[in-house]
Write a protein that binds this ligand. Sequence first.
Ligand SMILES: C[S@@+](CC[C@H](N)C(=O)[O-])C[C@H]1O[C@@H](n2cnc3c(N)ncnc32)[C@H](O)[C@@H]1O
Length: 388
Amino acid sequence: MEETQHFVAKTFAGIEPVLADELARLGARNCRIMSRAVAFEGDMDMMYRANYFCRCALRILWRQKTFKFQNNRQYYEQIFDFPAEKFLRRDGTMAVHTTCADSIFKTPLYASVLAKDAICDRFRDLYDERPDVDRENPDVQFHLHIYKDEAQLFVDSSGESLHKRGYKVRNHPAPINEVVAAAMIAMSKWHGECDFIDPMCGGATLPIEAAMTALNIPAGFYRREYGFLHWKNFDPESWNRIRKEARIAEDVAINFYASDINPRFLDIARENIRRARLEDFITVEKYDAFRFKPQRVPALVMMNPPYGERLELEDTEAFYGNIGRALKYNFSGCRAFVISSDLQALKRVGLKPSTKATLYNGQLECRFLGYELFEGDRKHHIINKKQS
Ligand SMILES: C[S@@+](CC[C@H](N)C(=O)[O-])C[C@H]1O[C@@H](n2cnc3c(N)ncnc32)[C@H](O)[C@@H]1O
């Protein structure tokens, strides 16, 4: 049996429990929720699996060692002792990323430089040559998390953030992050049982993530690059075997609708959908969201309306009032989810949310609100629901 390895999957605040569930379903052991991360255990296959299948992780770090230190010398020696040559080729490139709090290092930069020196000195001793540093695109990215007098040394198995799925040909000016979109879908508890509608779709992130979820397309299906592909100890056989675990559905009995009022954004949506090879599943049409009516009920409506900060809106509060009215009168019988960073304007939706969460679209704090939409008033809906 392969040795248990220790990993940390990074994500955005608010998504940790969803990610922990996802990892546990993929076979991760001992999942522990941390701040903007989930620690877990597993073998090397699990590392490849998390990178390929996790929709809600930004990167997967593999812990190599934990050590205590009192001064620069001890810190340097601990890193010098680490066999970086397992990962890094003699002619390879590397980078060190450090976070530190309450430590002897006043800035993470100095801790990174010292770690880089330790690794280079080790290579000089072993091979008489040293690896180059490439901060943009290294073959091996080391991460050091330093808290007080303890450091954890990780290698970053993902490389570029996993939200970069590989299907975005062009970005909308105010996109929702793919990891946040996937978490919203997971939090809605929608599993593809009814149509999915995004009436303000921009670059179509939400409909693409929804279609990938319903069709069981792995999060990494379109992605070509991962950090571990450049490691000296990369195991292509395991990686190919893990990718073959995907069970992609050929078809689903539901439809996906992506519409927007701006034709320029619909061009972006179409290009992204084509790149994801989902044009047979997602219908793209120009519509004013306030006139959109679902073809079938129930359906799931999910939207990320403009919020003034990145897209201009003349009267934000009136706009959100219109969202509330459209949901109530055009989508009754459906469930709806709205994410926005405009907390004041969100109040103007005027419907009582049945679920509420705080999520972060990058740095932007957002509310994610869910509504059950029914005809008439809420009291009668609850009474009818209890009677049926
Ligand atoms: C924040 S963006 C959505 C970004 C999208 N989630 C993505 O990831 O690319 C909001 C979108 O709402 C659209 N929009 C604004 N008013 C609209 C309306 N009345 N009907 C439909 N779409 C509208 C804008 O054109 C914009 O593309």
